[in-house]
Design a binder for this molecule. Structure first.
Ligand code: NA7
Length: 293
């Protein structure tokens, strides 16, 4: 298929690359030039990339970025043609998504929100899980593209529901990780060895995908960004915003949001969100280590 891929960050670059490897004709665009992807055609604007494309796929930072890419100067809107599908794999506001969708639908264009779970490793390996909102017919047409980038798609409902599902997924990841980080910190303080605790977690109902994925990085003290803290912080805020609109109280997430705020003040926003552990360590005066010191 002819695809325009917009946004070549940690996630977008490998996704565009996997589309090209699967034989699709891919035109790419990134706000900051110079991020070429082998097997694709670089373009100078979202409008140029989208021109003549069957599908326009976005993966950019936040709600504002999606709005700019779609409707800003030289935006996708200029090149919309009836029958096209716009897909958004960024994680952004569900309410804004519904507004964007209305605006492109008026031009005969379908809008599918398709955020992902799986992080950088899954983006590179083509094993992302997509949670998707939109018309079934449009989603079906996207089948070969989803197959090139992911291992599973789950339809959550109409447009906007993919993003809504993503927010509640990241709410859980943030809370599970914070629980793990607090447990590790207290364990060190109480003299329990981290490797022994990890072994115990693995053999109990406390085990989880989040712990499994993050533990090896923590043991190596590797906080380089798989999922940057600033983006998880954005998602926590989006979830709190959606909760406020829906009159739902989320006390645990509110507290975790404060930790992200303080981690940002400490200059950790571009590290992985796993670096929130370092704040707990600082407060406790300990460091989580792989083996006994
Ligand atoms: P990254 O690696 O931070 O990449 C963000 C991308 O978004 C990158 O290509 C940016 O371009 C682009 N961006 C940011 N702001 C804008 C604006 N205003 N206009 C156009 N393009 C913009 O994030 P990830 O790839 O890890 O994640 C992307 C999304 O998926 C995000 O919503 C996550 O929560 C999930 P740049 O190179 O900075 O010019």
């Amino acid at each position: 298929m002819k695809v325009a891929f917009l946004g070549l960050g940690i996630m977008g670059r490998p996704m565009a690359s996997n589309l090209a490897k699967a034989g699709h004709e891919v035109a790419v665009w990134n706000r900051t030039p110079g991020k070429d992807v082998p097997g694709t055609r670089a373009t100078a604007s979202p409008a140029e990339a989208a021109s003549g494309a069957e599908v326009v796929w976005m993966c950019v930072s936040d709600t504002k970025a999606v709005e700019t890419v779609l409707f800003g100067p030289n935006g996708v809107e200029q090149s919309l043609m009836e029958g096209m599908i716009v897909v958004d794999s960024s994680t952004i506001s569900p309410a804004a998504t519904r507004r964007f969708a209305e605006r492109v639908k008026a031009r005969g264009v379908a809008y599918v929100d398709a955020p992902v779970t799986g992080s950088k490793v899954a983006a590179e390996g083509g094993t992302l899980v997509f949670m998707v909102g939109g018309d079934q017919a449009a989603i079906d047409r996207l089948g070969p593209l989803f197959a090139a980038m992911g291992k599973k798609i789950v339809r959550m409902g109409e447009t906007g529901k993919g993003h809504a599902a993503k927010l509640v997924m990241n709410l859980q990841i943030a809370l599970i990780y914070e629980g793990f980080a607090e447990a590790l910190t207290l364990a060190v303080k109480l003299g329990v060895e981290t490797p022994a605790l990890l072994q115990l977690i693995e053999s109990s109902m406390v085990r989880s995908g989040v712990v499994e994925y993050k533990a090896p990085f923590i043991l190596k003290r590797d906080f380089s960004p798989n999922f940057p803290l600033r983006l998880m912080h954005k998602d926590i805020r989006l979830a709190l915003e959606a909760a406020k609109d829906a009159r739902v109280k989320l006390p645990a997430l509110e507290t975790v949001e404060e930790i992200y705020e303080m981690a940002t003040e400490d200059g950790h926003e571009n590290l992985d969100y796993a670096a929130t552990l370092t704040l707990l360590e600082k407060w406790a005066g300990v460091e989580v280590k792989g083996a006994s010191a």
